[in-house]
Design a protein. Structure first.
Length: 468
């Protein structure tokens, strides 16, 4: 989940394509690194992708993996329509969930009828003073998966192993993002700060060849890792449904037309909105596919376009976010599209839900993806609760938008619209089970405990998906 930059100052919830050229720092240019189906091999020295060699486990049959069939999914030859949930922090060590906790969470989630769970596959050693204007301090994880000096923490990785294995044991499928746009847990700015040139913005994550190489090595490290809990390499594990190359990739507003372009990005900015991230997505999804032939690949986008109705909320359709949704979904190694709808964050009041949001966003995104012959997943949807003691601008917007007064209704209406438009899967941000003592495993303004009245809409959607 991400607050768009026009409103994130209010709050962030929860705590070989071209010729080779040479950068001024003597490093290889991104166009030399980005070759379809290829990427630099993990370095044998320290840094992302390093570490001892690992034996390859037997690859399960392809029927055990979720696959794409036209605009839908199949599993073991049968349609796989799903309702799922996000539980972003479940795979990282900022909250010390025990192995028994993880098993309980997975069992209760699966028992509810949800079939997919999404959580972060990243965490980095991030000092509390590595802040961005208008953004709370980064989430501090101890231990993180990746240290600033390039070392990997086996405790953090073996914990992620157990979380993925327990999801598989419960019959759940995992969507695993590998980096965040925002600073929480391991943002793109962390990578540019550690591996990039001094003073670069987070956009250099998409451009600087040293940063790209480091991130490609991280991807290789994760995908080639042998899970210590089930003996399978991540790339061969059917518990994983999809590898997501980022959570909500985009740029800061109007970056491509700002005139203030990082040196490593200048040759990649063409004046066409969305071009920078498109080129990065083309390279990174190709890199993932060169390592992992089993899993689906997703971009983790929110659904920003460079065209569409601009009579209201024009920033969703004017290219200012640096994302060309229609073009990205046509990339050959992108398996399905994602959208994230957090209407309180987007400042879309309930008075515009039926008249503008449904036709111009929910329906519109499905048409674009189906025209490309691929599935679309509503990967995040949620409505904030209202807390009268919170006097923030965000909470004032929540009150003004009015969804909080009947979250059950608005979740149900969103799911109905998505179903009608032919979305292949839907998810919630976030449905969280309770511990045995009745307290939730996690809570924030957007979380829905299993006893929350709004779970009625989620349970109804579970039944709709089962019947498909």
């Amino acid at each position: 989940m991400l607050l768009s930059s026009h409103c994130r100052v209010l709050m962030i919830v929860c705590f070989g394509l071209f010729a080779c050229r040479t950068d001024r720092d003597g490093g290889r240019h991104i166009d030399d690194l980005i070759q379809v189906g290829k990427g630099p091999k993990p370095s044998p020295s320290s840094g992302p992708g390093s570490g001892p060699s690992q034996s390859v486990a037997a690859t399960p049959t392809s029927q055990a993996f979720v696959q794409v069939n036209g605009t839908g999914f199949v599993l073991d030859g049968r349609p796989f329509a799903f309702q799922g949930t996000n539980f972003y922090r479940l795979g990282v060590r900022d909250v010390r969930y025990s192995d028994a906790d993880v098993k309980d969470i997975m069992k209760k989630t699966a028992d509810s009828g949800m079939r997919v769970i999404r959580f972060w596959g990243f965490s980095c050693d991030t000092p509390s003073d590595w802040r961005e204007p208008g953004v709370p301090e980064p989430a501090i994880v101890n231990p993180p998966i990746l240290e600033r000096d390039g070392r990997y923490n086996e405790d953090a990785l073996s914990y992620l192993d157990r979380v993925i294995a327990e999801a598989g044991n419960a019959g759940l499928k995992v969507i695993l993002p590998l980096v965040n746009f925002e600073p929480s847990y391991c943002g793109m700015g962390w990578w540019t700060r550690v591996y990039g040139s001094p003073g670069e913005s987070k956009q250099a994550f998409y451009c600087n060849p040293k940063v790209i190489s480091a991130y490609q090595n991280y991807i290789a490290k994760i995908l080639n890792r042998v899970n210590t809990a089930n003996g399978l390499q991540y790339k061969n594990d059917p518990a994983i449904m999809a590898i997501e190359v980022a959570n909500e990739p985009h740029t800061t507003d109007n970056y491509e037309t700002s005139g203030n372009i990082d040196a490593s990005c200048k040759s990649l900015v063409s004046g066409r909105p969305g071009d920078l991230v498109y080129k990065w997505l083309s390279a990174i999804t190709s890199h993932v596919r060169s390592i992992d032939t089993n899993h689906l690949i997703a971009t983790g986008e929110e659904g920003y376009r460079v065209s569409g109705d601009r009579s209201r909320h024009g920033w969703l359709h004017d290219g200012s976010k640096g994302i060309d949704f229609d073009r990205n979904i046509k990339l050959p190694n992108v398996s399905f599209a994602t959208v994230h709808f957090l209407l309180d964050n987007w400042g879309i009041p309930q008075s515009e839900f039926y008249s503008w949001f449904v036709p111009n966003v929910i329906d519109d995104r499905a048409r674009a993806v189906h025209a490309a012959g691929k599935p679309i997943v509503l990967e995040e949807v949620g409505f904030s609760s209202y807390v009268s003691t919170d006097n923030s601008g965000f909470m004032n917007a929540v009150k003004s938008n009015g969804y909080y007064s009947n979250r059950t209704k608005w979740l149900s209406e969103t799911y109905k619209a998505a179903n009608k438009a032919g979305y292949a899967g839907t998810m919630i941000w976030q449905a969280i089970p309770n511990r045995s003592n009745g307290t939730p495993y996690h809570s924030d303004y957007f979380s829905f405990g299993f006893e929350d009245p709004a779970m009625t809409a989620i349970r109804e959607q579970i039944e709709v998906q089962k019947a498909r």
